[in-house]
Design a protein around this ligand. Sequence first.
Ligand SMILES: [Zn+2]
Length: 422
Amino acid sequence: MKDHWQRRIGSTAVLLLTVAVASSTSAATDDGAGSVKAFVGARIIDGTGKPAIEKATLLLRNGRIEAVGTSVKLPAGAQRIDASGKTIIPGLISGHSHVSDASQLATYAHYGVTAIFSLGGDKEIEIRDQVRAAEQTPALTHSRLFIAGPVVVSRTPEDARKAVDDLAAANTDIVKFRLDDNLGAGRKMSPEVYSAIFEEARKKGMRVAVHVVYLADAKAVLRLGADYIAHSVRDSDIDDEAIALLKKNNAFYCPTLMREVSTFIYPERPAFLSDPLFLKWADPRDLARVQDAAFLDRMRNDRGGQWYKEHLPVALRNLKKVSDAGVPVVMGTDSGPAGRFQGYFEQMELEYMTQAGLTPMQTLAAATSSAAKFAHAADRIGTLEPGKWADLLVLDANPLDDIRNTRKIDSVWIAGNRVPVN
Ligand SMILES: [Zn+2]
């Protein structure tokens, strides 16, 4: 009875949240419900990897894309938005981030990240349940959410199977576990336990994402059917066997280069700490933490950070290698924990991906269409094509000229709503 009552209170709260979102949206965008709007005169990069279309029109109706191209006719009553000189790209999607509070979905949105895959956390199921209803509506103004739910940390095969069953019952989007000894400082999950995770996940029709560091571990989990390599292989160069396994599994590869950078960069006082875009939405407590003298001292002397710094070139080489081999790459950062700034780190990840040798177009595809495919949401988001939600960024400069132009944000739109700027 009590349980039933709590659930009813819960759904009322969700309803109120949805109504609040809907009313703030119409105030922010100054148009009615069921609106038709058209961005006119823009350069459009649709996220598929196809060349940009110049001087194009993007027509939206009820939060979704209705038409895109150079010969789109504006219906009577459509709100015309002049986008000449602007570039429109799909909203960025991160395949590896973390949320611990629903409000963080607004932070991601401010930086142009319109969907995230939160890859493991104890609050993810609860947060997903809070926001799921709003995601199906054209009133949405914050980032969409996919989740792994609690990371499987079991010590026995029996516990591992139970943990996977729980995730399946909660209908999470993937099963996640870590195969990592923290550079020799900790104990790695045994093959017996993680084999049980794969067996049970297969039984339940769940995909499996794995946090790895070493090439040998990546190959071990790929042999068992891993669907997602959630960080770069960092100890050595990826070999042909690993490439073949990634392809055989139709697995995705997520480099999280900013996770590496976050372990050593702060003592150098990174330039981004002065970027107005960064400062506009960064959590002040987190900002204070990464400038604290004791923190900087610890980081300077951290052996782990030094190792990750020394091995960043390996991670960059491996990204280029898997991309050249045709393995689908997904942009991700591991943002969320302290010192890994949500939204802005996704912006920086794009720059590091091009430093690895990916073209801006390949990088954008990894952060849009490829990430949507990984999330099993390519029918709804990830490209600017008819039928998809109108999740997009209007930029003041062309990211194909310089990928950092994705930070020159004119406006962010989710389900056709302009994301409020304060
Ligand atoms: Zn992570």
